[in-house]
Structure formats: C-alpha cells, structure tokens
Design a binder for this molecule. Structure first.
Ligand code: KIV
Ligand code: ZN
Length: 530
C-alpha cells in the first residue's frame, strides 16, 4: 500500500511554489497525469557507482530512510551477485516495509532462482535488445534474445513474482524489434516494462516519441530508467512521464553508474512543482539526502539542485535583498518544502542588506555610517571566495568598533615582505610612513615570520617598544578561519605606558602586523595626550 504523505498537505505545498506559468500553458490540453510510482534503485544502480560499497547495515539504514520518504518500489540489490546480497534483500523483504522490495536479475533462470530464494515479491529482469549489445556482448541473435526474455518472464511469473522487464540499451534498440519483445513479455505475464536509457544518449523529445510509440503498443505500465551521461537524466524521465510512463527509476542524490541515474529528489520535485503529482513526502528529502551522502561517502556537489549546499544559498546583494522581501523572488520554492534550510552567505558579493540582515539576526546594533567600512573589510577578507561565518562577522565588527573607539592612526604600514621557510632565518622588510609623512624602511630577522615582521616594525618606528603580550586565535577553529590578534606593547620612553592593539584578518603575519601598528598608533596618541 502506498505510504501516506503526512508532513505537509499538497495545498500547503502549493503555497510554497512560484514556477513558470508557461508550464501550465504548455500542458493545457494534455491528458492529465494521474499517478506516478517511484522505483528507487539507490541500493542497486546507485551502489554500482564507482567508489561506493555498502555494508548490509548501510543498506538497511538507507532502506529505512527511503521507505520513510515514501518510495513505492525499492530495488534492494542483485540477488544473484552473492550470499551477502541475498541476505540483505531477504532481510528487507521480511521487514514489512511499505515499499515493495525488488531484486535485479539477468534473464537467466539461476538469477530468478536467487530472487525467489530471498522471498522478495518482485523481480526486475533485463536483457539487452540493441544490435550493439546483442552482437558484441551477448553474442545472441534477436530471436534468441526474445526467446530468453519470454522464457524468463514466464518462469518468474510461474513462481509468483511480480515482474518488471527491461530492454537494456532500449534507446539504441530497433523500435520494431523492441515492440515485438515487449508485446511478447506482456503476453508472457510481465506486470510492467522498463525502458532504460542505459548510457544516457537520448534527448527528451525523442524519449517522448519512444514512450508514445510504446504506449500505443502496450497495455501494461511503462517505466523509465535514465542515466545522466549527457546531463539529461531528469529531463528524459520527465519527458517519459509526459508521454505516458507511470514508473520512474531514480536514485537519491543522482548517484549511479558513471554520471549517475536520474535523481530521486529532482524528479519528485519536478513532478510536484510542474505537474502537481506528489510521489513522496517531500519534506523528508533533505534528511534522506544527507543520510545517503553520509552512508555512501559520496559527496553532493555544492550546486546540486534541491540538496546541494548552494541550492538555497544567497550571497550577492541584489539577491539577498530580494529574498529578504519575498524569498520566491530568487527561489522557485521554499526550501522547507524539501526539508532544507536557506543560507544567507556573507562573502565578497555581499551587500549592505545581507550584512544588516545577518547583524539583525544576531541581535547586533551596528552604526549605519560604518557599514561601508564593514563591507570593505568583508570584501578584503573574502576576496579568495571565503565565506564568513557568524563568529567571524562578529570578530570583524568588534575590531571596527574597537578601532573607532581608539581613534585613527597616524603611522601607517606601506609595505611588508617576509621571507620564511624550513631551515631558514625568517627575515622581514617593512616600509612605514611616519606622522609627518617621512618614510622609513627597516629589515630584521626573528624566530619566525611574525617575530621578524614585528622586530622590523620596532626597528623602523621605535625600538624602545617592547612586546608584553601576544595573543592569536582562530575564530572558527578551521584552517581557513579568520584570525584575531591582540598585542600589548610597552613604551619605555613613554613612562612605560602600555598600549593594546587588535586586528582581524586571514593571514597570521599580516594580522599580527596590523595589530602591532594599531598598538603603536595607540601609544603615539597617548604621547600626544589624545
Ligand atoms: O542502465 C541500465 O540499463 C540498467 C539495467 C540493469 C536496466 O541499469
Ligand atoms: Zn542503470
């Protein structure tokens, strides 16, 4: 029985969308699509992706999540591939899941026997029908292939299995031959047939044509199985549904052989958003995708639709502004529809709206007149593509506020060169501009690059200054984190006065030098009794 879609009613989901009205225009007059079944093959074709090897426990965890998501059929593996595979299919078949448990089988009796042995109620059996595969791989004539297909379907049916039959490499098979084979397996009792685009070579219009032809030839349901070799797996799956296919083979996160299979989440979202067909509990897409990513170890690309980390992330000023007014300005649907979060990223494209929005969310009151300084600092730090997180944003804000409270400096650093390495004496050369505008250059060595740079600054400006304290911290604890440096210096000529300097930045040496310059300026200000 099909799982109830509980989390969000279809009506509520519709309110979360803003897709193109041209879709409805294009579809008006077409036969409405009533129901589409999701045939998930994450545990079979998905697992065939290079680099993925799932243990029985991994498969069980993914199967539970997919069942909870509401897939209709789960291809749990290839029973004939070994005893371990059989055991997990058997365990899943006994687990009383809502989804039907299916196993793949070649069109050979021993493969069907292996499926029977697992107790799974359904088999997906296949044989190639393209000339290329029949001649080169199978070394069989078309007549032999057809006979094998019919014999296998009859055998599986005689053993009480629900049977889906696939013409492997269907999209490169002769149409008349394929029709002949499919009609014959239909007569032999197949419950559905599947059309695999085995190497992802068809275009959506041609897929529509092919399914239309088969629809007019067959009375049993037609399924489709698309690979993504040319990036068309989802488009071809949707084109097939448009033309009358009612079962879609998909894999979570689009994993699968080579470039992968049609992605479960993309197909489900397209069917809902553009055709009004709800196939799964969409609010569980995010959590299921993450689980599959974790368990398979197959990382999702940042720009992957629906579940990639950038799918609902906004950085540029114009977009963030729009999203803050109405998120549908720059999103096709609300991320909560698919159970993921929106991210407003602070980075080099950020404008005042995003930064202000982030500050508001963090409860920080920041003076508007100093927004240009904050944006400039963010741009400088994020120039290499770094994203600035909340803790780092707060450190930058703190530093600007601290600089404001201590006043602007009059001594500035023009140039800094540091030479460092393993088994070398770190050496720094600095050029500074003094209060009156004169320039000074000095070189010094040190125990490391920071020490060398600070010694060079002291030599150029005032060697009576001593470093009393130096504190360095990485804000996020990651290697690309912004660092915060606080120094305390003592000027023995200025009654031993202590001055503090702080700076934030990406580079430890530069940030240390900035903190030192801030402290020196503080000391100069004290000398002027500021
Ligand atoms: O891609 C394919 O052709 C397959 C078959 C086993 C149906 O996965
Ligand atoms: Zn496949």
């Amino acid at each position: 029985m099909k799982k109830q879609q509980t989390s969000e009613s279809a009506k509520n989901l519709e309110k979360m969308l803003a897709v193109s009205h041209y879709n409805q225009l294009a579809l008006s007059g077409a036969d409405p699509i009533k129901e589409v079944e999701i045939f998930d093959t994450t545990l079979r074709d998905g697992e065939q992706a290079p680099g993925i090897a799932l243990s029985p426990e991994d498969k069980m965890r993914i199967a539970m999540a997919l069942d909870d998501l509401g897939v209709d059929i789960m291809e749990a593996g290839f029973a004939a591939s070994g005893e371990t595979e059989k055991d997990i299919i058997r365990e899943l078949a006994r687990s009383n899941l809502d989804a039907k448990i299916c196993s793949l089988a070649r069109a050979v009796r021993s493969d069907i026997d292996a499926v029977i042995d697992t107790g799974a109620g359904m088999v997906h059996t296949f044989i190639a029908t393209s000339a290329l595969h029949m001649e080169q791989k199978l070394k069989m004539t078309p007549e032999q292939v057809k006979a094998k297909a019919v014999e296998t379907v009859e055998y599986a049916k005689a053993h009480g299995l629900e049977v889906q039959f696939s013409c492997e490499d269907a999209t490169r098979s002769d149409l008349n031959f394929m029709k002949d084979v499919l009609k014959s397996v239909q007569e032999a009792g197949a419950d559905s047939v599947n059309i695999p685009d085995t190497v992802g070579v068809i275009i959506p219009r041609a897929m529509g044509y092919l399914i239309g032809e088969l629809r007019n030839t067959l009375r049993i349901p037609i399924s489709v199985h698309c690979h993504n070799d040319m990036g068309l797996a989802v488009a071809n799956t949707i084109a097939a549904v448009d033309a009358g296919a009612t079962i879609c083979h998909v894999c979570m996160n689009g994993i699968g052989e080579r470039a992968g299979n049609a992605s479960l989440e993309e197909v489900a979202v397209n069917l809902f958003a553009n055709y009004g067909i709800q196939t799964i509990d969409m609010s569980k897409i995010g959590q299921t995708s993450k689980l599959v990513e974790r368990v398979t170890g197959f990382n999702i690309a940042g720009n992957k639709p629906i579940v990639g980390k950038n799918a609902f992330a906004h950085e540029s000023g114009i977009h963030v502004h729009g999203v803050m007014i109405n998120s549908l300005t720059y999103e096709p649907f609300l991320p909560k529809m698919v159970g993921v979060d929106r991210a407003i990223v602070i980075g080099k494209h950020s404008g005042a709206h995003s930064v202000q929005g982030r500050l508001d969310a963090l409860g920080i009151k920041y003076p508007q007149e100093q927004m240009p300084e904050l944006l400039a600092m963010i741009k400088k730090i994020a120039i290499g593509g770094k994203e600035i997180d909340d803790a780092e944003l707060l450190a930058i804000v703190d530093n600007i506020m601290w600089k404001t409270s201590t006043g602007m400096g009059t001594v500035s650093l023009d140039e800094l060169t540091v030479l460092t390495g393993k088994n070398t004496t770190s050496t720094a050369v600095v050029t500074v501009t003094m209060t009156g505008g004169s320039k000074r250059t000095a070189a010094e060595t040190g125990v490391g690059p920071v020490d060398a740079a600070i010694n060079a600054i002291r030599k150029a400006i005032n060697d009576k200054i001593t470093m009393e304290e130096y504190k360095l911290s990485a804000i996020t604890g990651k290697s690309d984190s912004i660092c915060e440096v606080t120094v305390m210096i003592r000027n023995v000529q200025n009654d031993g006065a202590l001055s503090v300097g702080k700076a934030v930045g990406l580079d430890i040496v530069e940030t240390s030098v900035d903190a030192m310059m801030a402290a020196i300026n503080r000391d100069f200000a004290k000398q002027r009794n500021v």
